[in-house]
Design a protein around this ligand. Structure first.
Ligand code: ZN
Length: 457
């Protein structure tokens, strides 16, 4: 594992930090009492000041970062909310979980989640989520004593989404009533997901609404930290912050997220602070599948049979490679995408395959697949081992219930395979050739969702 405290790492500093971490573990690590996990939906790492973005401040996230560890190269396994969270909570990649997109089957009870492990360990567990994509019944409620997606508004059923202030209000109320015992609280914030729904005081905060939404979420995270401090719980609580996936924001032609597997949708923030967590920055590869084994290890719980590794082990080891997939194109009759990152190279398996040398081309602008055919072929073969059964058929993926499908459609997601997919049903269609159509479909669904939301207010 590569550690660094400053922008330029010195080998001696690296060695000393690793020794310091190992030494503190030999003395017996301080065990945490509580866990607060904050997942930030649709949060690309490179838009945050803690990852080098300039022009605005996020004091709460900066504070968490300076108190603990920043994983600079952290990656989601899939650019969609439900499968990414399912993978994060189990430490297992999507193919084994069979949770491949937002509209398919829920997470099966056969898998053990972070919440189940911590509840078995004696923690009270509560989740407060902000989007219908994570509604109760989608499988993530496993292990939670309380799992809240918010109260219905004027329209019946679950709300499509809710603002961070509502999530944090509900969470702090629960914490006040339950923090006399060890707890695990998961908070999911959705404000950076389009169509934006910011409070009035944030609408003109920044010319870029994505940045304004980040500032709004940071202010709500600050409330959580203040709450923990006021209850004298901060020093006994691990706080983990992670993005579930990023946002393309127009890069590579994609407006939002869900189809492509470029860095802007896979590289996410991943911060951790609290008892037993070292202070510094890690430039080694890290993945959301590593979150659960790493956190459980801090509580003295060892995990086996998962794809993730403990990133803070006594013998620190980096995640060796990063798998990612997008099965969502299948909903449109297009070819699915899979990618593998190993060392400097990233390979994307598609009808027209792509290979990028991230060391010289971090923006993935120059496809070098023809220049390095041997590297590409080796990575393609390796990629197949992550998903030996191949792509899921519609039957294998199952389906969410009608209410959930209706809600997620208004957030821009197609719930079922279109009867006559745009461009014809040919799964050899490269999503690169259809991204403009995808953007148009998503935009239409957002507009429809806005109308519905206005009616439900
Ligand atoms: Zn998401």
């Amino acid at each position: 594992m590569v550690w660094r405290r400053h922008a330029v790492a010195l080998p001696l500093t690296v060695v000393l930090l690793v020794i310091a971490v190992s030494h503190s573990r030999r003395r017996g690590p301080e065990r945490p009492r509580n866990l607060l996990l904050i997942t930030l939906d649709t949060m690309r790492a490179d838009r945050l000041p803690v990852y080098g973005f300039a022009g605005f401040d996020t004091p709460a996230l900066d504070r968490i970062a300076s108190d603990g560890i920043v994983f600079e190269e952290a990656f989601a396994a899939v650019p969609l909310t439900l499968p990414s969270h399912a993978s994060l909570f189990t430490g297992i990649y999507p193919p084994r979980l069979a949770v491949r997109d937002n509209a398919g089957a829920p997470l099966s009870p056969e898998f053990t989640t972070l919440a189940e492990s911590l509840r078995r360990h004696g923690l009270r567990t509560a989740a407060f989520v902000a989007s219908a994509v994570l509604a109760p019944g989608r499988g993530l409620e496993q292990g939670f004593d309380l799992y809240s997606a918010g109260a219905a508004g004027r329209c019946p059923g679950i709300p499509t989404r809710r603002r961070a202030v509502d999530v944090v209000d509900e969470a702090t109320t629960w914490l006040r009533d339950h923090d006399s015992e060890p707890f695990f609280t998961w908070i999911h914030l959705f404000d950076t997901h389009r169509p934006y729904d910011l409070p009035d005081e944030y609408k003109d905060r920044h010319f870029d609404p994505y940045v304004a939404a980040i500032q709004y979420e940071d202010a709500q995270i600050a409330r959580l930290i203040t709450h923990l401090e006021s209850r004298d719980l901060l020093k006994r609580t691990i706080i983990v912050v992670a993005g579930d996936h990023g946002e393309s924001l127009g890069d590579h032609g994609e407006e939002a997220h869900g189809i492509f597997l470029y860095q802007e949708v896979l590289r996410v923030p991943f911060l951790m602070r609290g008892p037993g967590v070292p202070v510094g920055r890690s430039t080694s590869l890290a993945r959301l599948v590593d979150l659960t084994p790493t956190v459980l290890n801090l509580f003295g719980i060892t995990v086996s049979g998962v794809d993730g590794v403990n990133l803070l082990g006594a013998e620190p080891h980096a995640a060796p490679e990063v798998y990612a997939e997008s099965m969502y194109p299948l909903r449109f009759g297009w070819a699915p995408l899979r990618s593998l990152r190993a060392d400097r190279y990233k390979f994307i398996d598609a009808p027209r395959a792509e290979l990028y040398d991230l060391a010289t081309d971090p923006g993935e602008e120059r496809n070098v697949v023809k220049e390095h055919p041997t590297v590409a072929e080796a990575m393609r073969r390796r990629l197949r081992t992550f998903d030996p059964a191949g792509e899921p058929g519609t039957a294998a993926t199952g389906q969410a219930d009608k209410e959930v499908l209706d809600r997620i459609a208004s957030l821009g997601y197609v719930g079922q395979r279109a009867a006559s997919p745009p461009g014809g049903s040919n799964e050899q269609v490269d999503p690169k050739d259809r991204i403009a159509e995808f953007n148009r479909i998503t935009l239409m669904q957002w507009q429809h969702g806005e109308q519905r939301r206005a009616l439900c207010r």
